[in-house]
Write a protein that binds this ligand. Structure first.
Ligand code: S3P
Length: 178
């Protein structure tokens, strides 16, 4: 299998945790676009946002997307804003099977706030975060598969993904929950 598995979704969806488990269980490497950027920049995501701003970070994401074209058969975890540009969902789908880790927005926000420094949440009230999410959802929706992570552990999410992939589920379908 040469296709990549590409995880997309809002902050707090569990892309990194699920990606790690998937990579281990499938014997693949995990590539995180945020890690590609921090490795190249030699500084953290919050440092990049603070020093250069969001536009600079999005350009770094663009460059990372270009490099992803070289990857085969990996698990790729994207940053929460990466799929949300015109033409980007198509670019990601050309890399492999795109999986949207969706979920109840309040749950995602709680997880994201627990899980470290996220510049896109800093200084934004709940309503602003909701608006950010609403603007992004149409991009996430273009994934091949969707898993609602609200009541699932990362391990369970990975399990659902593996079953769906081995059942050869069609583009656009949601993975049924038990
Ligand atoms: C961002 C999400 C972050 C990271 C950066 C911007 C966003 O990744 O790429 O802080 O715009 O939603 P996670 O989704 O892994 O938190």
């Amino acid at each position: 299998m040469t296709d990549n598995i590409v995880l997309v979704g809002f902050m707090g969806a569990g892309k990194s945790s699920v990606g790690r488990i998937l990579a281990r269980r499938l014997g693949r490497c995990l590539i995180e676009t945020d890690d590609m950027i921090t490795a190249k920049e030699g500084r953290s995501i919050p440092e990049i946002f603070a020093a250069e701003g969001e536009t600079y970070f999005r350009a770094a994401e663009e460059e990372a997307v270009g490099l992803l074209g070289l990857k085969r058969g990996e698990v790729i975890a994207t940053g929460g804003g990466l799929p949300c540009r015109d033409g980007r969902p198509e670019t990601l789908r050309a890399l492999g099977t795109v999986i949207w880790l969706s979920g109840d927005l309040d749950t995602l926000i709680e997880r994201a706030l627990r899980g470290g420094d996220r510049p896109m949440l800093a200084g934004r009230g709940r309503e602003e975060v909701r608006a950010l999410y609403r603007g992004r959802e149409p991009f996430y929706r273009q994934a091949d598969l969707t898993v609602d992570t609200t009541d699932l552990s990362p391990d369970q999410v990975a399990g659902h993904i593996i079953s769906a992939l081995s059942a050869g589920r069609r583009a656009g379908s949601a993975v049924p929950m038990e």
